[in-house]
Write a protein that binds this ligand. Structure first.
Ligand code: 5GP
Length: 346
């Protein structure tokens, strides 16, 4: 038995230390990043924030709303093939939407059908499994890369440098990082498995960048400051579920309770999701996600402004003119307290 005694950190354990800067206004900060992907060689230019491929955030409506600000959406995988065909045929900026799939044969079949009916329309793909450590997953990524050399492949999830490298070598352009940090995830509770997200981001980014690959920090951001910390830690992309949930553009059942409008938000491995898509929780497994009801947050527009404003301001505090410079200019300080909550937790 081995214990790694080095302390691993989460967003809540650190703050970003301010630095001297010549920047006079946050409006001068450029959040658009250019990338050229390692395998597909495609050139990307956008704000590298992605709504999660959950059916309550990865919707067509969300893609339209976030696309206006150059952000992206990883679509959930439960639309009908013809709906994807229609959506992708009309999509102008390809990086606004990732097509998501798991590694099951029905997911692949649906993807190939959409590719056939909308040739050239999809450029960005997210191959997503809860546990990216299996050989089956790595060989799926590798054969997918052989079949589709020109697509941008994001694949995950993993939380360690060794597996990040393995996925990049197998053909991933972007490795998705995060096991257990999600707002509606119960993996850590049910399995005891996980890795603090800030450290996972730092370690996986280091491994990926060494090979010319990129990472997407997925899960655990609860406020704009956490997104700034994820970028500061080396994330090239950041994926958000909970922060984009509960809006008009999110999917999810709407209910009225005590005169309030609430929207359901649940993990993709929760009982709610499995009841909806898999005819219930299979006997051999336990649900690893939960369901919450969020007060309606209106249009996602306001949330996008908050997020972009927060990240821009973080850049100004450390003197980063461009998002690209944020990592270089970030020094984290370990803290025992984040916020003064004397007047409440919001
Ligand atoms: P959030 O931004 O809400 O903290 O995290 C979003 C991420 O949580 C998703 O992108 C996905 O990786 C993860 N996630 C979504 N549903 C589930 C689930 O049911 N179980 C687990 N373990 N993770 C989930």
């Amino acid at each position: 038995m081995h214990i790694d005694n080095e302390i691993k950190l989460d967003f809540k354990d650190v703050l970003i230390r301010p630095k001297r800067s010549t920047l006079s206004s946050r409006s001068k900060v450029d959040l658009v990043r250019p990338f050229k992907f390692l395998h597909s060689k495609i050139e990307y230019s956008g704000v590298p924030i992605i709504a999660a491929n959950m059916d309550t955030t990865g919707t067509f409506e969300m893609a339209h709303a976030l696309g206006k600000h150059d952000l992206s959406v990883a679509l959930h995988k439960y639309y009908a093939a013809e709906d994807y065909v229609e959506f992708f045929k009309k999509l102008k900026v390809k990086s606004n939407a990732f097509y998501s799939l798991g590694i099951g044969s029905s997911d692949l079949k649906k993807f190939e059908e959409v590719m056939e009916k909308a040739p050239g329309a999809i450029q960005y793909v997210c191959i997503d499994v809860a546990n990216g450590y299996t050989e089956t997953f790595v060989s799926f990524v590798s054969s997918f890369r052989k079949k589709f050399p020109d697509l941008v492949i994001m694949a995950g999830n993993v939380v360690t440098g060794d597996m990040t490298e393995e996925l990049i070598l197998a053909g991933a352009d972007i490795v998705k990082v995060g096991i257990g940090p999600g707002s509606v995830c119960t993996t850590r509770k049910m399995t005891g498995v996980g890795y603090p997200q800030l450290s996972a981001t730092i370690e996986c980014a280091d491994a990926a960048h060494g090979l010319g690959g990129l990472i997407c920090a997925d899960g655990g951001c609860t406020r704009p400051g956490d997104i700034a910390k994820a970028f500061g830690a080396g994330a090239d992309f950041v994926m958000l579920g909970g922060m984009f949930a509960g809006h008009e553009e999110s999917g999810g059942e709407v209910i009225q309770k005590d005169g309030k409008k609430l929207r359901a938000f649940y993990g993709m491995s929760s009982k709610s999701a499995m009841d909806k898509y898999a005819g219930g929780v299979a006997r051999y497994r336990a649900a690893e996600g939960k369901t919450v009801y969020l007060e309606d947050r209106g249009s996602v527009e306001g949330t996008v402004q908050d997020i972009l404003g927060g990240v821009r301001s973080a850049c100004t505090y450390v003197g980063a003119k461009r998002l690209k410079e944020l990592t270089k200019r970030t020094t984290f300080v370990r803290v025992t307290q984040q916020l003064n909550e004397i007047f409440g937790k919001s």
